[in-house]
Ligand binder design. Structure first.
Ligand SMILES: [Fe+2]
Length: 222
């Protein structure tokens, strides 16, 4: 029996690893010119005080869904679909500038993060600062991401964290998706009317029902 016409990407080695282990590292997926554009955008946002102090990481600044991040999420959609073997809806994007001393407690993500991308955009200093996770087979993985590298992971299922940051600054974008045919499809656009729209409280209320185990809603400033 051939199923290749139904899901042509499902059997690729990348999609198989994603299904089995719950994560995938993709090197140099974002070209330098695009990284420079995004980093410049976040410098402007920081200078304009449009990034908020981020209590989740101790030392850092962040923002929900700025235009450059939403655009990158939409741009990467076909790539992430091919890598994971799933048809996806984008949900929301989030950007964070980590500062020296930042860390991230062990956690899983809310339902809008069924398929998530953590993208390193820029970093100052040469300190290695891995994003740690426990794969679905129980393996501890320290994903060391250089600018342009992506970690694709199942955010609801895969516990992830970062130890203390000893470098100066690092810009990281988080791009989230749900499967079109999965149980979380209702989180398309994070329950907003469109990409680029402000966050809505509705999604946090729904998230508590669907994933009541205390996953931290790291998203929003209303
Ligand atoms: Fe997370």
């Amino acid at each position: 029996m051939s199923t290749s016409a139904v899901q042509p990407t499902a059997a690729s080695p990348a999609a198989q690893q994603f299904a089995r282990e719950g994560y995938l590292i993709c090197r140099q997926a974002i070209p330098a010119a695009l990284r420079d554009f995004i980093a410049t955008e976040y410098q402007i946002l920081y200078n304009a005080r449009r990034l908020k102090i981020d209590p989740q990481v101790g030392a850092g600044y962040s923002a929900f869904g700025v235009d450059a991040a939403e655009t990158l999420m939409q741009m990467l959609l076909p790539f992430v679909e091919i890598q994971t073997g799933h048809k996806l809806w984008p949900t929301y994007s989030f950007g964070r500038i980590y500062a020296k001393g930042a860390s991230l407690a062990r956690h899983t993500d809310r339902p809008s993060c069924e398929v998530s991308v953590s993208a390193t955009i820029a970093q100052s200093g040469k300190e290695s600062w891995p994003l740690n996770l426990v794969s679905l087979s129980g393996k501890k993985v320290a994903a060391d991401l250089m600018p342009g590298d992506l970690l694709l992971y199942k955010g609801i299922e895969v516990t992830h964290w970062r130890d203390e940051f000893l470098g100066d600054t690092q810009l990281q974008l988080f791009l989230h998706y749900v499967r079109q045919d999965g149980p979380y499809a209702k989180y398309k656009f994070d329950m907003r009317p469109s990409l680029g729209a402000p966050p809505t409280k509705l999604v946090l209320e729904e998230s508590k029902k669907d994933k009541p185990d205390g996953s931290q809603p790291r998203t929003v400033e209303f």
